[in-house]
Write a protein that binds this ligand. Structure first.
Ligand SMILES: C=CC1=C(C)c2cc3[nH]c(cc4nc(cc5[nH]c(cc1n2)c(C)c5CCC(=O)O)C(CCC(=O)O)=C4C)c(C)c3C=C
Ligand SMILES: [Fe+2]
Ligand SMILES: [Fe+2]
Length: 387
């Protein structure tokens, strides 16, 4: 085998408070995060939503130490994975490609080319597939592949999702068992899975397999845990006015309290690293909500981070992927076959590489100037006689 690389895909997070605004702009510029019927609206709307959200989001990042720990944790996972692969006799270079912040996917790809990688495994750090997460990174990669003939020389394979991997299930079950056993009445603990939500239309209209994969994953973890405890699945972190997957975590917690539940073990299920939604939303907001509702024993299961059983699971995934026939980026959407691409024409125009963010800002300024001109009846276009 030639030179082997592993590309870990992740979301990225603002490292400092001043990164929050541009990070949110990148996120909302993604047509897989806000699906609009008119692609030209994407950038102006991204700017509008990002600027309205920045202050609130900064306050949350301030509460967890002034920035996201995601880069640091992902780098630690990459180091641990490299070591584990080496122990299994597989040399590989590990690359980190974030979707919305540094180190960007484009930077990782540039280094993969520079290093002369001949065989590449593409591994998203999301156990379950969603259009809005792994799907978005795969689309970006597809675009980069189409644009660069040097990438077409690389033999690559994609791991679309891996929530059934036994080592992953084992590591999750171990962490849950540890928390249950620290409660005064372990058998009464209610295991509360809190998944990151997505808009309901993603599942019902666009065919996102995310909900189904989350439900199956929850079932498999409970089976691996093999305890008689009751469990619930709910969805957290809703953004915007549309309906998201239900039940919402913030409704499900008080409802469990009304049923007399006093001991809760909260399991973040859709993400493998600590991030703002575990450290702020669950640890601060939901804990307070539970306390007010009368749930006094509230424990949160830590994210996997560099849990050795989890790192071994990632290494096994890589080694298996190198042995089996390759999966192409264009096949992923066929495999997740219910997924409809919406709107189709958005992909001609809409993919936002982080390098294009400046174009977006210029487009946004142009749009604002046009709006001002249409409202006031004065401006450049009137001066040159177009309006
Ligand atoms: C599997 C995990 C995730 C899914 C699914 C997901 C969908 C999704 N997210 C937003 C909007 C936001 N996400 C934000 C941060 C964020 N999201 C995830 C994971 C998933 N998102 C992570 C790990 C993080 C945080 C990284 C970190 O900094 O630690 C944010 C920014 C934070 C905030 O302002 O609250 C937004 C906004 C949408 C709209 C969406 C599905 C369409
Ligand atoms: Fe998110
Ligand atoms: Fe979120």
């Amino acid at each position: 085998m030639g030179r082997v690389g592993v590309l870990l895909l992740n979301l990225g997070g603002p490292e400092k408070l001043e990164d929050v605004g541009p990070f949110l702009f990148n996120l909302f510029s993604d047509p897989e995060i806000i699906r609009l019927p008119f692609p030209w609206l994407q950038k102006p709307l991204a700017w509008f939503i990002a600027s309205r959200r920045t202050k609130k989001s900064q306050e949350n990042y301030r509460k967890i130490g002034g920035g996201s720990p995601l880069r640091r944790i992902t780098e630690a996972q990459a180091d641990a994975l490299k070591g584990q692969l080496q122990a299994l006799g597989q040399d590989a270079k590990i690359y980190i490609g974030m979707r919305y912040w540094h180190p960007y996917t484009e930077e990782a790809i540039a280094r993969i080319i520079q290093d002369g990688i001949e065989k590449l495994v593409i591994l998203p750090l999301y156990p379950q597939f969603s259009i809005s997460t792994s799907g978005s990174s795969f689309r970006l990669l597809e675009k980069l592949w189409q644009e660069d003939p040097r990438l077409q020389q690389i033999e690559y394979t994609v791991i679309p999702s891996w929530y059934k991997q036994p080592g992953y299930l084992q590591a999750m079950a171990e962490l849950i068992a540890q928390e249950i056993d620290q409660l005064p009445n372990p058998h009464e603990a209610h295991v509360f899975f809190s998944a990151h939500g997505v808009p309901k239309s993603y599942v019902e209209e666009a065919g996102d397999p995310y909900q189904q994969e989350i439900e199956e994953c929850t079932y498999l973890i409970m089976r691996t845990l093999d305890r008689p405890n009751a469990h619930t699945l709910a969805y957290q972190s809703r953004v915007g006015p549309v309906e998201w997957l239900q039940p919402y975590t913030e409704d499900a917690i008080p409802e469990l309290a009304t049923k007399g539940i006093k001991d809760l073990v909260v399991v973040p299920i859709s993400f493998v690293s600590e991030h703002i939604e575990t450290l702020e939303e669950i640890d601060l907001e939901y804990r307070e909500l539970a306390e007010e509702a009368g749930i006094h024993n509230f424990r949160r299961v830590p994210a996997l981070n560099t849990h050795p059983v989890f790192i071994k699971a990632l290494a096994d995934l890589v080694i298996d992927a190198l042995k089996t026939p390759s999966v192409k980026l264009s096949q992923v959407y066929q495999m997740k076959k219910k997924v409809k691409i919406y709107p189709p024409e958005a992909w001609e125009w809409g993919i936002t590489t982080s390098a294009e963010v400046w174009n977006g800002r210029i487009a946004m300024l142009g749009f604002i100037a046009l709006m001002i001109e249409l409202i006031t009846g004065r401006g450049l276009l009137h001066m040159i006689g177009i309006l």
